[in-house]
Every structure is written in structure tokens, then in C-alpha cells.
Design a binder for this molecule. Structure first.
Ligand code: IPM
Ligand code: MN
Length: 356
């Protein structure tokens, strides 16, 4: 019996999480996976009501779960950064979810904005470091509000942090190779400018690769060029490993080439602890409560959750549901308001295929 914490969060979070849970239930019923859900109301509304974002006691409580499913964080009436840092980043850091795993996979039946590219060209995974880099929070202001204002935001890389992320990515590339993928790991960085922090990454990447993963092909691309290659030749990528901020940026690009934020899922993974799964698209305040955004990202997050828990069969059923629904041609587009059906109808459709 798995214990799953659910944090629907802000904006469209609750609407899409509901569909994720619907499809999870359909798949679990067919595969005998047992779980119990505990809902938490953390997010912007609670913060505005009570001033509380995420008490330390809640972090302790969340440690007791097998996994967390999160909707979205970000509220139009809360200053940017408060909820992001106080809720999302706090959870990632406190639970030491040091991997942010973001598959970029174009399914059949999904419109791709890239000319002449199809499902066979777009199928890679980004392994984003999730606890360090420019996200560390180090830095601050001096003389704020004066003409002499100084602000710093320090990119913190540790050899330990870079190396554990790199090792995870090598393991993944090896695992994919066994499934017929090329078995290639690309380090994405900016070694020509970030000559300290990315030098640490570069040496860790090559030392670890040479010593422990001779069977995995190593490649390197600067992040700016990566943006170009992701559009021009996305088929060159198998597994990408990169730092926190660069991973944030390139995975929005990844999302759009796989059909949009409505289908892009991510896992904040602590391989030894509690992991948290979320659609990567955000709270989309302007669509809140309208039942018009695509829930597939949240459904795919539930799939990743099952995969990570080792429930391959349930995960496979969820993915099958997504694949068949997309192939059916019934969903007109993945863009909000243009699906030709509602959020909950898309959930129903996928749930019915997942249960078949
Ligand atoms: C993401 C988001 C977050 C990030 C924000 C909301 C803090 O953009 O998960 O990609 O930058 O990591
Ligand atoms: Mn992002």
C-alpha cells in the first residue's frame, strides 16, 4: 500500500491533478496497485489566508510518504518568488530531490512545431540538476534602492552535487541503451564562459564517464548551441545532463517541441528518498477554473510516479492511455482552450484507454 501525498497547489493545478489521479486509479485498478491519498492545501490561497507557505512540520510529514504528486505553484496575487522558493524549491531542497527528470517525447498524433520532424526524431530525456547552481539562494543586496545598489546571485556548484547528477544520467543512458536507444550522454553547459562552475561539471563528466561508463558515448554542447540543435536536429539527443538553470530553460524548449506545456511532465527525484512529480507548465492563472487546459502533463506525471515506484505495469497502462487517446484524433490540439473537449473529458478518454 503506497502512501501518496497530493499537493494540487495553485491555478489550474487542482484541475489537472484531478485528471492525473483519475487515470492513476484506472491503471491501478487493473494492475492491483494499492495506494492511499492524502491531500495538502499548500499554495497561494492558503498563504494569502494564513500567511503560511510550508511549515517545517509539513516537510517532516511529507518525508513519511512514498511519493508526492504536485499540481502547480504560482499565484497572481503573490509576489513572484515567494511561493516558488517557499514551497516548490523548499521541497526540492529539503527532500534532496537532486534530479529533475524531464522526458521530451513526441507522440504520434501530436502537432510538432518543427518542420519535417516526427516522433522518431524527438525522444530524449533531460536530467536537470535540482538542488544547486544559481538556484542555491546564495547572494543578496547591498545598498538596495540607491544608485549604488549591488545585487549578487551566486551559482554554487559542488563536485558532489554535479557528480551524483552526472552518475544518475550515465546510469539512465546505459539503461536506455539496453532498450535500443543510442546510449549517448550529452553534457550541456557553458564551459567557455562559466570557467569555474562548469569546469567542475566538465571534469566530473569526463572522469566519471571514462572510468565507470566506457560503454556510454559522451558528447558536449554549449547551451546556446543546444537551443539551436534542439530545433534543427533534435534526433541527435538521447540523454542530456545539465545544471539547474540551464535545465530549466532548455526543458521549456523541450516542452514545445513535444507538443507544449500541456504534455510535459517532470519528476523531482531523490533516488534514495521521497520523489515528487509535477507537470512542468505552471499555474496558468488565466485559465483557472475553466476546465480547458490539457491535463496530459499531470497524467504523465502520475505515470512517472508509478515508474519510479517500480510499478512498471501501471505506468505502462497510463502511457498506453495517453498514446491511444492522442492517436484517436479526438483531441484537436493540446493548447489550452483548443482541445475540442474539456480537461475532464480528456481525463475520461485517457482513463478509459488505460483501463482497456
Ligand atoms: C520549473 C519552474 C520552476 C523552476 C519555478 C516555478 C521555480 O519553472 O519547474 O521549471 O524554475 O524550477
Ligand atoms: Mn521552468
Amino acid at each position: 500500500m503506497y502512501r501518496i501525498a497530493v499537493i494540487p497547489g495553485d491555478g489550474i493545478g487542482p484541475e489537472v491533478v484531478r485528471e492525473g489521479l483519475k487515470v492513476l486509479q484506472a491503471a491501478a485498478q487493473r494492475t492491483g496497485v494499492k495506494y492511499e491519498l492524502t491531500h495538502f492545501d499548500f499554495g497561494g490561497d492558503r498563504f494569502l489566508r494564513t500567511g503560511e507557505i510550508l511549515p517545517d512540520s509539513a516537510v517532516q510529514e511529507l518525508r513519511q510518504f512514498d511519493a508526492i504528486l504536485l499540481g502547480a505553484v504560482g499565484h497572481p496575487h503573490v509576489q513572484p518568488g515567494i511561493l516558488e522558493k517557499g514551497l516548490l524549491l523548499k521541497l526540492r531542497f529539503e527532500l534532496d530531490q537532486y534530479i529533475n527528470l524531464r522526458p521530451v517525447k513526441l507522440y504520434e498524433g501530436v502537432d510538432c512545431p518543427l518542420k519535417d520532424k516526427g516522433p522518431k526524431d524527438i525522444d530524449f530525456v533531460v536530467v536537470r540538476e535540482n538542488t544547486e547552481g544559481i538556484y542555491s539562494g546564495a547572494g543578496g543586496f547591498q545598498y538596495k534602492g540607491t544608485p549604488q545598489e549591488v545585487s549578487t546571485q551566486i551559482h554554487v556548484t559542488t563536485r558532489f552535487g554535479a557528480e551524483r547528477c552526472i552518475r544518475y544520467a550515465f546510469d539512465l543512458a546505459r539503461k536506455r541503451k539496453a532498450q535500443g536507444y543510442p546510449g549517448k550522454l550529452t553534457l550541456v553547459a557553458k564551459t567557455n564562459v562559466l570557467t569555474y562552475v562548469h569546469d567542475t561539471w566538465w571534469r566530473a563528466f569526463n572522469e566519471v564517464g571514462e572510468k565507470d561508463y566506457p560503454d556510454v558515448q559522451r558528447d558536449y554542447a554549449h547551451v546556446d548551441a543546444t537551443c539551436m540543435w534542439m530545433v534543427k536536429n533534435p534526433e541527435w539527443f538521447d540523454v542530456i545532463v545539465t545544471d539547474n538553470q540551464l535545465g530549466d530553460i532548455i526543458t521549456d524548449l523541450g516542452a514545445i517541441i513535444q507538443g507544449g506545456l500541456g504534455i510535459a511532465a517532470g519528476g523531482n527525484i531523490n533516488p534514495q528518498g521521497v520523489s515528487m512529480f509535477e507537470p512542468i507548465g505552471g499555474s496558468a492563472p488565466k485559465y483557472t477554473g475553466q476546465n480547458v487546459v490539457c491535463p496530459i502533463a499531470a497524467i504523465a506525471s502520475a505515470q512517472m510516479m508509478m515508474e519510479t515506484l517500480g510499478e512498471e505495469e501501471a505506468a505502462r497502462r497510463i502511457e498506453k492511455g495517453i498514446i491511444q487517446a492522442l492517436k484517436s484524433g479526438k483531441i484537436k490540439s493540446l493548447a489550452a482552450g483548443q482541445m475540442g473537449m474539456s480537461t475532464s473529458e480528456v481525463g475520461d478518454l485517457i482513463a478509459s484507454y488505460a483501463a482497456e
